[in-house]
Design a protein around this ligand. Structure first.
Ligand code: MRU
Length: 330
């Protein structure tokens, strides 16, 4: 089964509510752009490419919902989408691309503007699907016929418009007949690895074993990991990578144990305006996600909590970047 996280449904956006996984596979159909913004903030829709695609569709939904086309209104909605989550550059990239496209086309009627917006959102979605497939092909060339891969967070069909980035490489290897075993980090605090990657790979018939985040080092020490494959939320000009919190620790461990550390991402994740990781804004999440995340309180009341959603892995730890354009050594 190949999952489709997002799709246009008439004048609405249809998406999987990822907060319900793995217990329920629930689709929502939303025709109010403000609910799409909320869904992005709450991580019902998540993963760098997926939030960009959702925002592009969200702009079309907003115009559809408004029933008329005014540029000021569109720009105002665009800004609200861009502010939903700060770290993944794909969000701003997709929104800016849609705005530039509509500005270039100068539609004069509501119907023309609406059709242009849907068309551009669908083009972004299709392009992402193709970029995922290309990443899969390029990445698979680096992976041997029998390999054990460690991955972090969720970088698959749930996180993108296609087969995924790091997980897309795994799917491609398996399709090519390679014997792949995956260790999925649970990915505290929101458990994207346990709830989403373990579920998604299991649905796809992939050999996957779930581990706690802190087990990764021991597996590398025991020589059980051949490659670490992760995605990215933003890549700076110098190659520094923002990705889910815990990625940096994995990169340091991989270097210490001589394990190749690959970052897979589409070109929309590279930010040409940012020199280094120091300039990447890191989203901080609510303390509740750490203190109450298992359906009950797991920390004392009034405890101070620090919960960055992402960290920066300096370029020196990255063996290679796998993009839709090919492989670039780190
Ligand atoms: O907070 P999330 O779940 O949106 O974080 C997602 C990640 O960190 C992914 O690794 C990244 O977006 C790449 S998805 C192809």
């Amino acid at each position: 089964m190949r999952i489709q996280a997002l799709a246009r449904e008439g004048g609405k956006l249809r998406f999987i509510d990822q907060t319900k996984l793995p217990l329920e596979l629930e689709y929502r159909e939303v025709g109010d752009y403000r609910e799409i913004i909320e869904a992005i903030k709450e991580l019902q829709i998540r993963g760098a490419p997926a939030i960009g695609i959702a925002a592009a569709y969200g702009l079309a939904v907003a115009v559809e919902q408004h029933g008329e086309f005014k540029f000021d209104h569109l720009r105002q909605v665009a800004q609200q989408f861009k502010e939903a989550r700060p770290t993944a550059v794909n969000l701003a990239w997709a929104v800016d691309r849609v705005i530039r496209f509509v500005e270039g086309e100068q539609p004069t009627t509501f119907a023309a503007a609406r059709d242009l917006l849907w068309a551009e959102a669908e083009a972004i979605h299709t392009q992402d699907r193709m970029m995922c497939a290309a990443i899969g092909r390029h990445g698979a060339e680096l992976i041997g016929p029998k390999a054990t891969i460690l991955t972090h967070c969720n970088t698959g069909a749930l996180a993108t418009g296609g087969i995924g980035t790091a997980l897309g490489i795994i799917y491609t290897c398996v399709d090519q007949g390679k014997k792949i075993r995956v260790y999925a980090d649970e990915t505290r605090p929101l458990l994207q690895g346990a709830r989403l990657t373990a579920w998604e790979l299991q649905q796809g018939g992939i050999d996957v074993t779930l581990i706690t985040d802190s087990t990764a080092g021991m597996l590398m020490q025991q020589g059980k990991i051949d490659y670490v494959l992760v995605g990215a939320d933003r890549i700076a000009k110098n190659g520094d990578v923002a990705n889910k919190i815990g990625t940096y620790s994995l990169a340091v461990l991989a270097k210490a144990h001589g394990v190749p550390f690959y970052v897979a991402a589409p070109t929309s994740t590279f930010d040409p305006k940012i020199e280094s990781g120091d300039e990447i804004p890191i989203e901080e999440r609510s303390a509740m996600e750490v203190t109450d995340s298992f359906g009950r309180r797991t920390a004392p009341y009034d405890i101070a909590v620090y919960s960055p959603a992402f960290d920066i892995t300096p370029a020196e730890y990255i063996t290679a970047y796998i993009t839709d354009q090919g492989v670039k050594e780190g």
